[in-house]
Ligand binder design. Structure first.
Ligand code: NAP
Length: 242
């Protein structure tokens, strides 16, 4: 049985990725932090697509939680393979650097960057044994270009871009690809405080993107069609100059 693990799969881009991978025939492990109701909704939508999955609640930034939930699942399910890992969970805590609190700095870095580390090191082992795997990291335009008010978020996403390129070189010989997708402005809960009208004139395609438009690229990179692409960062941003 082939599984895909999507962190932050309860809402937004993560949910759209879960559905897209379900259409490809994967069973989905839906990670989320606290929103059980939305995670259950994702599972229901996956079932409507004819696939299935499991809820996997843990905070990606807490090593103990990752090990006791995901680590235990991997140990108990030796007959099952996590073939696709999408590191998508992330938060924003914007502030100018001079006002940024230690919590704002550490929470963003812990979830994005440490979460990537705790989860990927557990999952990549099985991929290396099976000599096949697809890892897709959801980063951001902010990690390429840098955005004022987002030094924490930009730093976390830029770090994952570096990690994507390094890991791709470590695991390529074993048939594992590692890529990143960098969305621009996408309509989700994360951007509900940003007024599309104020920003759309900056975007060549003159609108915010949808979670499905990001998921299309993630699922392409997770598919056999992307077999000769690794260490890449693909922007999905409506043409915003990066
Ligand atoms: P969202 O709608 O706010 O959803 C965030 C998801 O991450 C939820 O499923 C949430 O779970 C989960 N999550 C948050 N903290 C977590 C933690 N510590 N442990 C486990 N899960 C956690 O966000 P989104 O817009 O879909 O963003 C998804 C990814 O895309 C993020 O990495 C974000 O940085 C990136 N991105 C988004 C945009 C955009 O414009 N929206 C642009 C560029 C990049 P709960 O439901 O349990 O809270």
């Amino acid at each position: 049985m082939k599984y895909a693990l999507v962190t932050g799969g309860s809402r937004g881009i993560g949910r759209a990725v879960c559905l897209s991978l379900a259409e490809m025939g994967y069973k989905i492990l839906i990670n989320f932090q606290s929103n059980v109701q939305e995670a259950e909704k994702t599972l229901e939508l996956i079932r409507e697509k004819g696939s299935d999955g499991e809820l996997m609640q843990f905070n990606v930034s807490k090593k103990q939680e990752v090990e006791s939930v995901l680590g235990a699942w991997i140990e108990k399910n030796e007959d099952k393979t996590i073939e696709v890992l999408v590191n998508n969970a992330g938060i924003r805590k914007d502030n100018l650097l001079m006002w940024m609190t230690e919590d704002e700095w550490h929470n963003v870095l812990d979830i994005s960057l440490n979460g990537f580390y705790y989860i990927t090191r557990l999952v990549v082992k099985g991929m290396l044994v099976k000599k096949y795997g697809r890892i897709v990291n959801v980063v951001s335009l902010s990690g390429i270009k840098g955005m004022p008010g987002q030094t924490n978020y930009s730093a976390s996403k830029a770090a994952i871009i570096g990690a994507t390129k390094a890991l791709a070189q470590e695991v390529g010989r074993r048939g594992v690809t590692v890529n990143a997708v960098a969305p621009g402005f996408i309509v989700t809960d994360m951007t509900k405080d940003i007024n599309e009208k104020d920003f759309k004139s900056l975007i060549p395609l003159a609108r915010f993107g949808t979670a499905e438009e990001v998921a299309n690229v993630v699922s392409f990179l997770a598919s056999d069609k992307a077999s000769y692409i690794t260490g890449e960062v693909i922007s999905v941003n409506g043409g915003l100059y990066t």
